[in-house]
Every structure is written in C-alpha cells, then in structure tokens.
Design a protein. Structure first.
Length: 263
C-alpha cells in the first residue's frame, strides 16, 4: 500500500518531488501547492505514520525510526528519474536525514529543500511547545504559530487524535541530536526562511550551508512559520520550482525568479 498522496500519475515524469510535512501535519498540507507545479513533474506527498493514509498506525516518537520509515517509502521511487526532496519544520529534518540515508545507498536525490527549521546545532529548541504540557498550553502555542487544521475544536475526537500526533512529532524533534561531525551532503541544498518565523529565525538558517558540498541557496520571505500556506504560497512554490530546475534540469529554458530578500 502506498503511503503517498500522488496528485498526478505519470509514466515518464521529467522529475520526481517528494515532500515531507510539518509536525501535526499531513500530506494534505501541500496539496494546494501541487497545482502550481509543472505538469510533467511527479509530486509525491508522504504521510508519516499516525495521519492521512496512515491514520491507523501509531505515530512514531523517535527520529531515527521516522527517517528509516521515510527512507523505505522513498527508495522505490529513486529509480533513476531526477529526484528532489523538500520538507518544512519537522519535515525539513526528515528530508535532510532521508537524503543522507539515500546517499548512503547510492540513491541520493539531486536537490534537497528545507524550510522552517534552524540548521543542525542552531535549532531554537527552547521555543518549541512542551510535548508533555497540558492540552490547553499546547493548543495555545500551536494557535500562536498558525497552520492549525480548520474546525479543529468542532470534533473532539479529531482534536484529541491531532494532539496525540503532535506530541509524538514534537518529542521526536526535541530529542533529535544529529552528529555534528558528519560529512556534508553531496546534493545541492536550498533553505527557505521567513522574516517573522520565531521557530526558525533567519540567523539560525545560514549554517545549513555547512550541510552540503553542492550549491547552496537561501530564499527569504515576509511572514511567519507558515507563510507559504497563505500570502506567499504562489511565489514560494514558483521559487521552489526554479531551485529544483536549476539543480536537476539545468538545460531548462524557463527563466529563474529573483531570489527573495528580507525587507
């Protein structure tokens, strides 16, 4: 059974983009963005255990287990078609670590994009919600952050299940301790930052450059942690497509958009 939401099924895509969602999120988070992706790109939106297509499975609380599961999900799609990985927040960690696992198997992606997560060693862990705090405290922090599912309080059962998944995701993030002395990725890396993202301040993002020996680019947008779900969605998606083209389709005739800079 596939654990991906796949908006379009292509026999011979120009490239394949795999996206990993944020803590408490699901593949559905990215679905609106896929409408802007080129028609010949195969977009695969992964549901981690505990949500979406895998709602019957328990959510994982250990980052190594999450990455191992994600790697096994992605590996069959690393079939020679140009491959790109993207993730936001929790998903940024999963994309980065999955890329490393795939490279170790000689099936690495040709591009990695990370968003909403400080570089390893520069994470703002003190700003994360307490995964062991009360429901009220956790909900308050999540509402301040944005990106909450619509009508969450209308169905208590859904709210309770959502909070259980969030706690598992946050525990995995809080206990994540990557090896600071690992060699960098071979794949090019793009970092997506936001001017008012208190969970991933711009100053915490630049050191992502140390995580690749390939091309490094940073794009900056106006907004908070979930800016790309709102006002910047179109420009963010277009820029992501340009970054992927630059890495994987260098002969493309589509002009690149200018890099966004903070005001």
């Amino acid at each position: 059974m596939s654990h991906f939401v796949r908006p379009r099924s292509l026999a011979r895509p120009a490239l394949r983009l795999v996206a990993f969602h944020h803590a408490g999120g699901s593949a559905a988070s990215y679905f609106p963005m896929t409408r802007q992706m080129p028609a010949d790109w195969d977009v695969l939106l992964l549901d981690l255990p505990g949500r979406g297509k895998r709602h019957a499975q328990p959510a994982l609380e250990d980052m190594d287990e999450i990455v191992a599961a994600a790697t096994e999900d992605v590996l069959p799609w690393a079939d020679g078609t140009p491959l790109a990985l993207f993730g936001h927040s929790l998903g940024a960690v999963v994309a980065h670590e999955t890329a490393r696992a795939l490279e170790a198997r000689r099936a690495g992606p040709g591009w990695v994009g990370v968003s909403g997560r400080g570089a390893p060693g520069h994470e703002v862990l003190t700003r994360l919600p307490d995964h062991d705090g009360s429901d009220a405290e956790l909900m308050a922090r999540l509402r301040d952050m944005g990106g909450m599912p619509a009508q969450l309080d209308a169905v208590p059962e859904f709210r309770d299940r959502f909070l259980r998944v969030v706690r598992s995701d946050l525990r995995a993030v809080a206990e994540y301790r990557p090896d600071a002395h690992r060699p960098p990725l071979a794949a090019p890396l793009t970092v997506f930052s936001a001017t008012h993202d208190s969970w991933a301040p711009i100053a915490s993002m630049a050191d992502w450059a140390r995580q690749t020996r390939g091309r490094f680019t940073e794009r900056v947008y106006t907004g908070g942690h979930f800016h790309f779900l709102g006002s910047t969605r179109e420009s963010f998606t277009a820029d992501m497509a340009d970054e992927i083209r630059a890495a994987l389709l260098p002969m493309s005739t589509v002009p690149s958009s200018p890099v966004h800079t903070s005001p």
